[in-house]
Ligand binder design. Structure first.
Ligand code: ACO
Length: 324
């Protein structure tokens, strides 16, 4: 018998304000046609003035706890994956901790940009597997709207705000891929590509928050290669084939990246959960947002095999294979 981290509840939250491509086209030199053709994005949710990452994270967390049927006081470990924290310190996770009524254990943030949720899931899984914690809350939450240059059409059309969360619980398994829970996680980074996707500010460099900069074409090229590789790694580690996977929940950066990865791996497109059209790229929040949607509408069912994959600035990339 071994310990597995089982997903026992999912929740998400999107700010109420919707911004369409047409609205952006009135502000910068772009068009709905260009944005849809190049990215698949039609709209994004944007946080209201004064609405912060911890607000979105707390709402998603409370919904995940409700779905799991447990209270915040039962959580031993809380991790928020975010590149857009409320403040430089303390960790956004500690704010969420106090708001959900979690009084013991530890709360901290993880920074791996768009791969943040997979990184956080991997850390929480390892805490559970070593027996240090029983129950973990893993949240991806972002207000990317605060670090966009709204006059730069190459980046401002691609991102949105939101949050998603999962509750993990220690569960016994037999050590096979039939076990429910996280079967394996696979993380990578390569700091030599730092300047292909970065924010030009920070406390130690400019003492400002900065704006997102991206070499879109280069990011695209690396994304398809790295994602295909880390998905292959997850399948090989569990002795599984692409046809064994019921659903892929990819990071929602761009429809064409998702299509390119599916093609490279031989996954039919209807196995890929896609929200990018309505949410745009919400960085660390995109996977738990998409997962919550597909669990909520009954597409993803208990016992099914789900593959999560993401790639982001750093570069960072990773995958997680989960039996729901
Ligand atoms: N509207 C209209 N035209 C635009 C816009 C816009 N919003 N943005 C750029 N253009 C123009 C460019 O200026 C360029 O014009 P030029 O040919 O006159 O120089 C032309 O469109 C083509 O630009 P490219 O950047 O070459 O367009 P491409 O087909 O590569 O699409 C895109 C751009 C959508 C950014 C694509 O490269 C992409 O998706 N890359 C991956 C980005 C991504 O997913 N990043 C996130 C992953 S990691 C993370 O999530 C943080």
């Amino acid at each position: 018998m071994i310990v597995r981290s089982q997903i026992v509840g999912c929740g998400s939250y999107l700010p109420s304000r919707l911004v369409t491509n047409a609205e952006l086209a009135a502000q910068v030199d772009t068009s709905d046609e260009w944005i849809v053709e190049r990215s698949g994005i039609r709209q994004r949710h944007i946080a209201a003035e004064g609405e912060t990452t911890s607000d979105l994270a707390t709402n998603a967390a409370l919904r995940a706890l409700e779905a799991a049927g447990i209270s915040g006081s039962a959580v031993d470990l809380l991790i928020v994956a975010t590149a857009t924290p409320d403040n430089t310190f303390p960790a956004t996770a500690t704010k969420v901790q106090s708001r959900i009524g979690m009084k013991h254990g530890a709360a901290f943030d993880i920074q791996a940009v768009c791969s943040g949720f997979v990184y956080a899931l991997s850390v929480a899984d390892n805490f559970i597997k070593t027996g240090q914690v029983q129950t973990a809350l893993v949240i991806g939450a972002e207000t990317f709207s605060r670090i966009l240059d709204w006059s730069d059409r190459a980046t401002c059309v691609l991102f949105g705000d939101g949050a998603g969360a999962v509750v993990l619980r220690a569960n016994r398994g037999k050590g096979s891929s039939a076990d429910r829970g996280i079967l394996s996680t696979h993380l990578h980074s390569d700091g030599t590509h730092y300047d292909l996707l970065y924010v030009d500010g920070g406390p130690s460099s400019t003492q400002t928050v900065g704006h997102v900069h991206m070499e879109g074409r280069e990011v695209f090229r690396h994304a398809v290669i790295n994602l295909a590789s880390v998905v292959g790694e997850a399948l090989a580690a569990n002795d599984l084939k692409a046809s064994d996977i019921d659903w892929v929940v990819p990071h929602q950066a761009n429809r064409r990246i998702i299509e390119g990865t599916a093609k490279k791996l031989g996954f039919p497109l209807d196995k890929m959960v896609m929200t990018v059209e309505r949410h745009a790229n919400t960085s660390a929040a995109s996977i738990p947002l998409a997962l919550t949607e597909a669990v909520g509408d009954g597409r993803i069912k208990p016992g099914q095999l789900v593959l999560l994959e993401a790639m982001g600035g750093g570069f960072t990339w990773g995958s997680a294979l989960v039996r729901m």
